[in-house]
Design a binder for this molecule. Structure first.
Ligand SMILES: [Zn+2]
Length: 255
């Protein structure tokens, strides 16, 4: 059904800068190393964060993007704290991004906690991925921040059908696939440390769950837990909406 070429291999969509790195940073780095074109889309500027300003958080995101080696990153200014699948304008924005970047895979990356934006992102991405297939619906693509600064978004296709629509698994979920991030774990940690405003309990900052030093240990525990299930040292896990269609027996080992 797609009449134009993909513009990226994987598009990771999350509410705030740092969510993509926490949830899927290893996979984003791994696939970038393999030459895949990986993009991150942050839907808000994180203006309700307990620490850091939107400007500082964007500078941190630029540094983290370099470490991950991704192709590009864009950020919109949807209202922090109010991400919702029930807002047609938000669905339109995400669908327009999908039609522009034309990813083979789109992945919702919620950081696993109770923040309402994190809970809202998977249904929003699922609905937008479906709506991006409907040629009769023509949402506009709003202005965004872009990294690198000279990056340009391609003209949106009339419609786009992603090969896979996925969500990063929360602890306790049953994954459909794992990515072995054992060899890129240090890079994931390095990307996370770019977000000093969020993770470092410096003087004058508000104490939060994520600037508690136990938080990074928890992120490591998740990766080791998925790794144990997958039979590797460290892993990230995805839930995928549909089963893959093979033309031969896959090369991959099943966990
Ligand atoms: Zn977040």
């Amino acid at each position: 059904m797609n009449d134009r070429a993909p513009q990226c291999d994987l598009l990771c969509i999350s509410p705030h800068t740092d969510d993509a790195e926490i949830a899927l940073g290893g996979t984003l780095r791994l696939l970038s190393e393999k030459g895949r074109r990986v993009w991150i889309c942050d839907l808000t500027r994180g203006e309700l964060g307990s620490n850091g300003t939107p400007e500082l958080r964007w500078q941190e995101a630029e540094k983290a993007s370099k470490i991950l080696g991704i192709a590009g990153r864009l950020q919109f200014d949807l209202p922090d704290g109010f991400i919702s699948v029930h807002d047609p304008q938000q669905v339109a924005l995400v669908a327009a991004v999908i039609r522009s970047l034309r990813p083979r895979w789109v992945v919702a990356a919620p950081m696993p906690n109770r923040h309402p934006d994190h809970q809202a992102i998977p249904p929003l991405v699922r609905k937008a991925a479906f709506m991006s297939r409907l040629a009769a619906w023509r949402p506009d693509l709003p202005e965004s921040r872009l990294w690198p600064a000279d990056a340009k978004l391609p003209e949106p296709a009339e419609r786009w059908d992603c090969e896979a629509v996925a969500t990063v698994c929360m602890p306790g979920d049953k994954p459909d696939m794992y990515f072995d991030i054992s060899d890129v774990w240090e890079s994931k940690v390095e990307a996370l440390t770019c977000y000093a405003s969020q993770f470092e309990p410096a003087a004058g900052t508000r104490a939060t769950k994520i600037n508690d030093p136990a938080f990074l240990a928890e992120v490591e525990r998740w990766a080791r837990g998925w790794g144990f299930k997958a039979g590797v040292r460290m892993a990230e896990a995805l839930h995928i909406e549909a089963a893959p269609v093979a033309g031969d027996m896959p090369q991959e080992r099943w966990s």
